[in-house]
Design a protein around this ligand. Structure first.
Ligand code: SAH
Ligand code: F3S
Length: 439
């Protein structure tokens, strides 16, 4: 028996791609997964280039794997994902022991590439962008839990001035609506209860239908909600631009869609948003939130923030802080701006000291943590419907699951509850997690 080891960095799309790779190789090449790189016949690195030092990190990791290859010269090393797409053959030039370089849109060709390397022992490279081809090899036999992510669209056309995604994942393209619905129905038959619709900009979804029409995102959510067995619907990530009224209306009439929305704003200063080429203002964002609250009064919003964008003044930063309080964001992600080669923002002069950027990030995160804790406290004593995902990592006598608003709850309960919804009374609260009791 041969073994594969996969290391995945980056976003949920990469996680999704890796699960596709694992399924394909187990199906077609009869490989088994291993958690021990030393034991692997094929080592796969699925890379991310969204922020800092991505390339360096890749070569450090490859250096470690080179030692494995020295001991086992037959081991095959494959590098894929965003760094591979951007760097291509440069990776081989610096690390000539790499056997395969594959892109974000060519991962389904890996089984064939591996066979070629086994036969001919020379570099196999394919970082082209064949549109949607990888989805033809759907995840029929993928291992599922009670929650599953499914990619509904790929790529991004927005070209925000700081972001590499449009260059590494290609232009926006939506999967056909029927394929998405068929895949989710299959997952539901396998016991999946919660679905997470994935894409760089899911609200830009425009999937072709069998009768030549276009299915927009709002319609897709309604179709998913009709699938028996699917009781909870999430999506990541959406963009304030194109967050149209028809999507907001879904919150009004589709209770399966969770009352928790991750809607990245990036900055609370219109001047910075403009430099970022985000194409919306904080007023636009606020108007979306106001409409959402009317549609779904208990909605909680989380966001992504970039601090220290080139030229961000103290005043700009304060505007972000004011906006954070105004929207009352729940737990969010925040990052120091990282200059990405080839992006327009990398050409704007950046005079801000890294110490100052770190200070701003710290202040912002402290504020977000306070707000997240206040949101948690509101849940104290309440009854929450929790989808039980498994045994807690921290305490083997406890189970864990997630609330609708994405908080992890641990509690004591029987193993046969895994995969089911259970009502829990919340008895202890932390910033990001809770403790509950079965009622
Ligand atoms: N489509 C999403 C973003 C996906 S990228 C949107 O519209 O917002 C995920 C997050 O990474 C972004 O929201 C941003 O906060 C962060 N990010 C992207 N490029 C970055 C960079 N160059 N430096 C720092 N953070 C970055
Ligand atoms: Fe990146 Fe902006 Fe698209 S952040 S993923 S270019 S919406």
């Amino acid at each position: 028996m041969k073994y594969i080891y996969i290391k995945t960095w980056g976003c949920q799309m990469n996680e999704y791609d890796s699960s596709m790779i694992a399924t394909l190789l187990q199906e077609k090449n009869q490989y088994l997964m291993t958690t021990d790189p030393e034991k692997a016949d094929v080592l796969i690195l699925n890379t991310c280039s969204i922020r800092e030092k991505a390339q360096e990190k890749v070569f450090h990791q490859l250096g470690r794997w080179k030692k494995i290859k020295n001991k086992n010269p037959k081991a095959i090393i494959a590098v894929g994902g965003c760094v591979a797409t951007q760097e291509g053959k440069e990776i081989y030039k610096r690390a000539n022991y790499v056997d395969i370089i594959f892109g974000t849109q060519t991962l389904h060709r890996l089984p064939k590439m591996i066979s070629e390397v086994e036969k001919f022992r020379k570099l196999s490279i394919d970082i082209t962008f064949p549109k949607l081809e990888k989805f033809k090899h759907s995840l029929k036999n993928r291992k599922t839990k009670c929650t599953a992510a499914i990619s509904i669209m790929e790529g991004c056309n927005k070209y925000c001035s700081f972001c590499v995604v449009p260059y590494t994942r290609g232009n926006e393209i939506s999967r056909p609506c029927d394929d998405v619905i068929f895949e989710i129905s299959t997952l539901a038959e396998q016991g999946v209860r919660e679905i997470n619709l994935l894409g760089q900009n899911v609200n830009a979804y425009q999937g072709p239908t069998f009768n030549g029409k276009i299915c927009y995102f709002s319609e897709l959510i309604r179709l998913v909600a009709e699938i028996d067995g699917i009781d909870r619907i999430r999506f990541t990530t959406s963009n304030p631009l194109e967050f149209t009224d028809d999507i907001i209306e879904v919150y009004q009439d589709t209770p399966k869609l969770v009352s928790f929305l991750h809607l990245p704003i990036q900055s609370g200063s219109n001047r910075i948003l403009q430099l970022m080429k985000r194409s919306y203002t904080i007023e636009d964002y606020q108007s979306i939130v106001e409409k959402l609250i009317i549609a779904r009064p208990n909605i909680q919003i989380s966001s992504d923030f970039i601090v220290g964008f080139p030229g961000e003044t103290e005043e700009d930063f304060q505007k972000t802080m004011i906006f954070i309080k105004k929207i009352n964001f729940d737990m969010s992600f925040s990052f120091i701006y990282s200059s990405r080669p080839g992006t327009p923002a990398s050409e704007i002069q950046d005079n801000l000291d890294i110490k100052e950027k770190k200070k701003r990030l710290h202040i912002l995160q402290e504020r977000i943590n306070i707000q997240a804790m206040l949101w948690s406290r509101k849940m104290f004593g309440s009854i929450q419907s929790v989808l039980v995902e498994g045994i807690s990592n921290k305490n083997a006598i406890e189970l864990y699951g997630r609330t609708e608003n994405n908080r992890i709850v641990t509690f004591q309960g029987p193993l046969n509850m895994i995969g089911q919804f259970v009502d829990l009374k919340i008895e202890k609260v932390h910033t990001h997690s809770l403790k509950g009791r079965i009622i």
